[in-house]
Structure formats: structure tokens, C-alpha cells
Design a protein around this ligand. Sequence first.
Ligand SMILES: *Cc1c(COP(=O)(O)O)cnc(C)c1O
Length: 388
Amino acid sequence: MTSYQERYSASLMNTFGPPKLALVRGAGAHVWDEDGKEYVDFLGGIAVNALGHAHPALVEAVTAQLQTLGHISNFFTSPQQVELAEALLTLLDAGPGKVFFANSGTEANEAAFKLTRRTGRTQVVVAEGGFHGRTMGALALTSKEAYRAPFEPLPGDVVFVPYGDADALRSAVSDQTAAILLEPIQGEAGVNVAPEGYLAAARSIADEHGALLWLDEVQSGMGRTGQWFAHQTMAVRPDVVTLAKGLGGGFPIGACIALGDAADLLQPGNHGTTFGGNPVACAAALTVVRTIQDDEILEHVTVLGQKLRDGLAADPRVTEVRGEGLLIGLDLADEKSADVVAAAQRAGFILNNPTPKRIRLAPPLVVTQDDVNALLAAWPGILDEAGL
Ligand SMILES: *Cc1c(COP(=O)(O)O)cnc(C)c1O
């Protein structure tokens, strides 16, 4: 039998290019491939595996829930669904609100996009370089030309402005604007942190025109930055927040959370989903929340994130390091990010290269000091081998 990597191309659509590895097992921040080779996972399923791989609490919660009640449809609710909605609103700490559960980031954003249409306005002002998903609505809100062009026409009345430029935002927003959509930290672009004061300016611009401020925290939320939500250190109160990636710790779930008056914009018949908010996904997400709280993981993320950024930046071939907590982007002196990722993989580390010059790290929030030390010890050799 040939390897799974070879068999993949005959049976799976070529939407992602060839897989880099066939992985068979994981534990904590470590994964193993089909040949038994071990890797430290500094990508974490793209900021998804908050509790790492095969965390006992998550395995137990999902197993127990599936043994008790797995799926019920949205004609019914479950304790897990209500408790998770309440928990997320408590963590947001921004007053009363309401949650719609979906299964992914793009679906969370679809719900929010539809919610903005219920203001009676249609225009959404969005930042260039942002990423909001691949379904037609979320794609309409994503600026990258290569993703959009093959699928036009996309839903309209979307205006793009440069990220971080409050003046550009002020000129674009008017009384026709339904919502401003921003990521507090742009993940897919290679980790661009909102400049100081930018989100607060977006809040006041939205208020001047009666528009909603919608923050996409699909990648930056759920403890990733050492805060529950990245915007919480940015002096801003959003009207809508979308979540997914880390929320279920690897179990698919997304959420669209609306605060204040925005919470009642979607009404019966306006939106729906078969799987969204099912008891198993909600039990998984509740376990992620409780484990982050009980094990004081936010503090751990802050401390280790700083060590990782400092250690990576110590090499002069790294020209800039950005990010908060364990969402880290770095610029290389040369366009060799693909070589760095390949050299790292040979050395037993999984990294990611969102652009030719940029490396991204988004390891499990439970990555250990030993894992970080191992990467930092190997780092100069990885850069040597990549020819930097
Ligand atoms: C990944 C991502 C999405 C899309 O999430 P999917 O689960 O892949 O649909 C949306 N917004 C941001 C900021 C993301 O990082």
C-alpha cells in the first residue's frame, strides 16, 4: 500500500495542495506521522487546538456527552448550549447579549453578515488583508484578490480600507454603513496587531454614523493572546464578535455574539443551521473554557508567548516579531519562509508561512516551557538550513 499522502491525491479534491504529512496521533503539543516521526506542533491546527491534542478533559467531555445526548436539532435546547452561551457572554464582560452557534468561522461570519443586513443598511466597511472565510458571504468580506476573483460576483456593497488607518476608515464610513468589520489582530495576513487607538477610533466612527462595530476574533479569541479576547486590552466595546477556531479546542463550533440592541436583529426565520449549537460541540467548548480557567492558562500564554517572541527575535535573521500571547508572526530577512517551514519540519517542528517572508506560530495554549526551549535551541540551525 502506498502512503496516505500519495493516496490523498486520487481521492481528495486538490483544494489545499499536497498534504505535508499524514498524521496519526497527538498528545499535548506533540504529533506523530505515519512513519512514527514526532513533531512539536507550533501551529496547533491553525490556532485551533487550544488544549493541545487528546487532552483528557476534552476527550472525557465529548465522550460523555455523546454517550448521553449527541444531537437534537434546533427545535430543542440543551443545558450545554445555554451554559456555553452564558459563559461566553460572561467572558466578553460587555453587558447583555445573545449568541448564535454555528460550526466554523466562516459560518459565524455569515450569521453576523446577515445580522448587519437587518439594520436596514447594506454597506460593510472592511480592512484590506483581513480574512473572514471561504463561503460566498465571508469571501465577499475578504480582500485577497486571488481568493475572490474566481467566484465573482460576490455579495456587494463591501468597501475595503487599509488596515490600521483610522483616517481612511473615517472617510469610508457614512450614514449608509451597516457595520465596520475588523480583526483586532489579522491572523492570516501574518499577524498584524491593530495599532494603538485604532479600534477605539473605529468605535467612535461607528457611533457617529449609527453603524455596528463587528470584531472577527475567530483566530485571536479564546485565550490565544493571553486575554479571553484580543480586543479586551484595546479599549473598545464591540457590537458583534465572531468566534470559532480555538472555541471547541478541535471540535468544530463557531459563534456569532451580538451585544446590546444588536442582539435582537436576527429574528425567527432569519437564519438557521442543523448542527450549530449541538450538545457535543457545546460540551467541548465549555470544557475548553473551564480548563483555561481552572489551569490558569491565560497567565501561561502571556509568559510563554513573551519568551517565545524574545527567543525567536534574538536571531538577526528575524527582522521583526509581532503578536500577543501565543499568536506570533515574524518577518525574515529574506523571502525564505517556505524553506524555513520545510527545514523546521525535518527538524521535528511544525510551523506555518502565511506569506513568502512571514512565519506564523499559533501553538496549543498548553505548549510547555520544554517545547519552547526545544524550538529556540533548534532555531538558528533551522535558519541555517533554510539558507538564510
Ligand atoms: C480562520 C478564520 C476564519 C474562517 O474560519 P473557518 O473555520 O476556516 O471557516 C474567519 N476569520 C478569521 C479571522 C480566521 O482566522
